[in-house]
Design a protein around this ligand. Structure first.
Ligand SMILES: O=C(O)CCC(=O)C(=O)O
Ligand SMILES: [Fe+2]
Length: 319
């Protein structure tokens, strides 16, 4: 268990402007990739602006998320995630323990998963609310746009590691990725047994793009072991690296601990996490640019599927 201690009131997570990354030619892309390289080593977390996803689509995603969580509990439980082998659908509060040894997380969530390519196809395993026309279309539009951005960001991560920009493309081709809506109901400042909105954890996949409302609460542990706030910045996504990038890069890049403190704003807090991960069959081992020829990597090769299964086992106390 990681005991809650208050964060430093600093926000020095870098803001990386992507405006020139995708339209300014190779030199501009490499300059942005260098900024990403520094951020990935120092904090593993950064904001992106100039990313091309419209403010309107982002605002709508938060608004539809609020509509979903406002549904009566029996309608939400008709989409109960425990009926789904991939934990898609509605997850009530107090079901996941992200920080082992703590009390269960206070967040409630709804997860859906769709193919990256072709974009028009739905995954049969998704649960959709029966009484919310328009919800599915919004989720689809958001998934498509954020998926494009995530793939482009992985191209910049590849450049930042001295690899060809399309190095990771094959890992994601033919795969799915998930979007998780999250709601944090108002709470007292600290709960029992170190109970938080979301306990301290790292993300499991390659890269996460987080859209958050203006209430705040996300905190990030920096390389010098300080907790800092990821203060909401209008129009940006918070990007962080997951465990697979740490494995690929032999710990050169950070898969950073983060948490969501109790929501004391008096209002619901909403966020939307897009977990961008390769296909489950992809083998993850140290990249050639992240070790010398005679060096052995820190991690044994594993498949994406094996890693995900192990993390789900730990956080949902599965046998
Ligand atoms: O809600 C947030 O700000 C972060 C959520 C998160 O870290 C996660 O779902 O992995
Ligand atoms: Fe997370």
């Amino acid at each position: 268990m990681i005991i809650y201690t208050p964060p430093k009131p600093a926000d020095h997570l870098p803001i990386i402007d992507l405006t020139n990354a995708f339209s300014g030619g190779e030199k501009s892309a490499k300059a942005v990739a260098w900024d990403i390289h520094k951020a990935c080593r120092e904090t593993g977390f950064f904001y992106v602006s100039g990313h091309g996803v419209s403010k309107e689509l982002m605002d709508l995603q938060l608004a539809w998320s609020s509509h979903l969580f406002d549904l009566p509990m029996d309608e939400k439980m008709a989409m109960d995630f425990s009926q789904s082998p991939r934990r898609l659908g509605y997850e009530p509060a107090l079901r996941q323990i992200l920080d082992e040894g703590s009390a269960p997380d206070l967040k409630e969530s709804y997860m859906y998963n769709r193919p990256l390519d072709p974009v028009g196809v739905d995954s049969a395993q998704n649960f959709w609310p029966a009484t919310l026309p328009g919800f599915r279309e919004q989720m689809h539009a958001y998934h498509t746009e954020v998926g494009r951005l995530a793939l482009s960001l992985m191209g910049l991560v590849a450049l930042s590691l001295d690899l060809p920009q399309d190095h990771f493309t094959n890992c994601f081709t033919g795969g799915n990725f998930s979007v998780r809506l999250l709601r944090y109901a108002p709470q007292a400042a600290t709960g029992p047994a170190n109970q938080l909105g979301a306990g301290a954890h790292t993300d499991w996949g390659a890269i996460t793009l987080l859209l958050q409302d203006q209430n705040g609460g996300l905190e990030v542990k920096t390389a010098d072991d300080q907790w800092i706030k990821a203060t909401p910045l209008e129009g940006t996504f918070v990007v962080n690296l997951g465990d697979l990038v740490r494995r690929w890069t032999n710990d050169l890049y950070r898969s950073t601990l983060h948490r969501v403190l109790n929501n004391v704003s008096g209002r619901n807090r909403h966020s939307v996490a897009t977990f961008f991960s390769p296909r489950p069959d992809v083998e993850v081992s140290c990249l050639p640019t992240c070790r010398s020829a005679d060096e052995v990597g820190l991690y044994e090769t594993c498949t994406v599927g094996e890693h995900m299964k192990e993390m789900a086992r730990k956080t949902y106390a599965l046998a």
